[in-house]
Ligand binder design. Structure first.
Ligand code: HEC
Length: 293
């Protein structure tokens, strides 16, 4: 009796190990396929040979590093893994990519690969080419509707529009300094003009920013930067309107408390717009893009 039990146990264990080995082999095989899918559909924007990869994510082919980043892959949990969710929902490669979305079979390959613990591919399966192979143009049925394309295009003007509120608020501070220094009414008029245009620019930029952000899919640290950028930017637009209102409402003469109040508001606005601008560029170039070395 005892012997039978021991034998059964050994058999069960062996079956268990056998199954595990099979799964390992499946994982490694899928990893090779995942890498090929990424070569075909992601390297244009996240390849290792790009000087400035999109979303600051330039190692899509380094599956070990991808799997080790919990912002992208949650161990054995495809449904919680941002990387899988992005390709499942066709957020990546994205509607503006030259390559079509992943096919259902490709999505399933990536899903299963993550489910099996996102192992590395075998060394022999590493493809040598790093250029996405030419693919058929997108099926017009799956292409996004024109209104969506138009909205996406409008959102693209966000980065360029930001220069208006940034420069105008900072120049307004300069003009306000000159107004204080020279005590000339003409400088005060200049300040008023600059602040009003800055406020209009800030509102337009904010609206474009919300549109632009609706087409992005950042995760992890980038997502945190985007949240701060978004809300500080919104606060900047509101604050710029407050500054404009103060500049118009109070017939502020130099030395009056109203002028000082306006000056404080303007300085706060200039600080807000600068921080927001920095965070916006950090989304593209990284938080350390002003580092000297
Ligand atoms: C046409 C260019 C393009 C292609 C192709 C593309 N992406 Fe992206 N990807 C982007 C951009 C741009 C971002 C930055 C966020 C945004 O704008 O949505 C991004 C962001 C990401 C991020 C988040 C990076 C971060 O840390 O915030 C992941 C993950 C990602 N892409 C995965 C993929 C995968 C996987 C593929 C291939 C299936 C792919 N992408 C194909 C343009 C692309």
């Amino acid at each position: 009796m005892r012997r039978i039990l021991i034998h059964t146990l050994i058999l069960l264990l062996a079956a268990g190990f056998g199954q595990a080995a099979e799964k390992d082999a499946e994982g490694v095989r899928l990893a090779g396929q995942v890498r090929e899918i990424f070569v075909a559909k992601c390297v244009d924007c996240h390849g290792p040979n790009l000087p400035r990869p999109k979303g600051k994510f330039g190692y899509v082919l380094d599956l070990k590093r991808v799997a080790a980043n919990p912002d992208y892959v949650v161990h054995r949990q495809p449904a919680l893994s941002e990387l899988y969710k992005m390709i499942r929902d066709d957020d990546m490669p994205g509607e503006d990519a030259k390559v079509p979305a992943l096919t259902p079979a490709e999505k399933e390959t990536v899903r299963r690969w993550i489910e099996l613990g996102a192992p590395e591919p075998a060394a022999t399966t590493q493809p040598t080419k790093l250029v996405a192979s030419p693919v058929a143009p997108m099926d017009p049925k799956t292409a996004p509707p024109t209104s969506k394309k138009l909205l996406r295009w409008i959102g693209r003007f966000h980065p360029v529009s930001t220069h208006f509120p940034v420069a105008l608020m900072l120049v307004a501070v300069l003009a306000e300094g000159l107004a204080w220094w020279t005590r000339r009414e003409s400088w005060q008029q200049t300040v008023r003009f600059l602040v009003i245009v800055a406020a209009l620019g800030a509102v337009a930029t904010g609206v474009l920013g919300w549109i632009n952000a609706s087409f992005t899919s950042y995760v992890g640290q980038n997502a945190t930067i985007l949240t701060w950028h978004r809300w500080l930017g919104t606060a900047t637009a509101v604050w710029a309107l407050v500054c404009a209102a103060l500049a118009v409402m109070d017939e502020c003469r130099e030395g009056t408390p109203a002028r000082q109040r306006f000056r404080g508001a303007l300085l706060a606005g200039a600080a807000l717009v600068s921080i927001t601008g920095f965070l916006g560029s950090a989304l593209i170039y990284g938080l350390d893009h002003y580092a000297l070395w």
